[in-house]
Ligand binder design. Structure first.
Ligand code: HEM
Length: 130
């Protein structure tokens, strides 16, 4: 139980940090701020996302539910990959600002979907509860 609470807190904290930093980096991308190239700005998301995934793996073992066994966790894992890939296009790989903006909005929508799957434990997200 203690490990569940600790892992859950770490998962929530890193999820919040991940989206906060992503929004900030998205804003810096849109405003062409050079802070986007700073070493700390580039490294921090990797540390946060690694901790987010590590806490997710810990939680999976504690509650005994796993991706490719439980649909909602498969959905979350695939959506996390989409969020990360879209994020790299939004921040650096998109060739034009229009491409980067579209990737930014898509990544934010994927994040909202992940949160809805997290709370509903349904791969359709909140839509599946209707
Ligand atoms: C951006 C990525 C993610 C976000 C924003 C996120 C968000 C959340 C939230 C809000 C909860 C709490 C739900 C609740 O208390 O009812 C949660 C729980 C959990 N998440 Fe994530 N999550 C993410 C990625 C992942 C991934 C990739 C996995 C594993 C494939 C995962 C596995 C879990 C597990 C096992 C729980 C515990 C569920 C329970 O307590 O019954 N999460 N997540």
């Amino acid at each position: 139980m203690t490990s569940y609470i600790a892992l859950h807190s770490l998962h929530m904290t890193t999820a919040l940090l991940s989206i906060t930093l992503f929004l900030l980096r998205g804003y810096w991308m849109l405003t062409d701020n050079v802070i986007l190239q700073h070493k700390v700005t580039r490294i921090a998301p990797h540390i946060i996302d690694t901790l987010l995934l590590a806490s997710a793996i810990g939680l999976m073992f504690v509650i005994g539910q796993y991706p490719f066994v439980n649909g909602w966790l498969t959905a979350k894992l695939l959506a996390l990959v989409a969020y990360i890939v879209l994020g790299t296009f939004a921040i650096k790989r998109g060739k034009t600002k229009a491409q980067r903006t579209i990737a930014l909005v898509a990544a934010l929508l994927v994040f909202v979907y992940i949160v809805s799957v997290a709370f509903s434990k349904n791969s359709l997200g909140f839509a599946g509860l209707a």
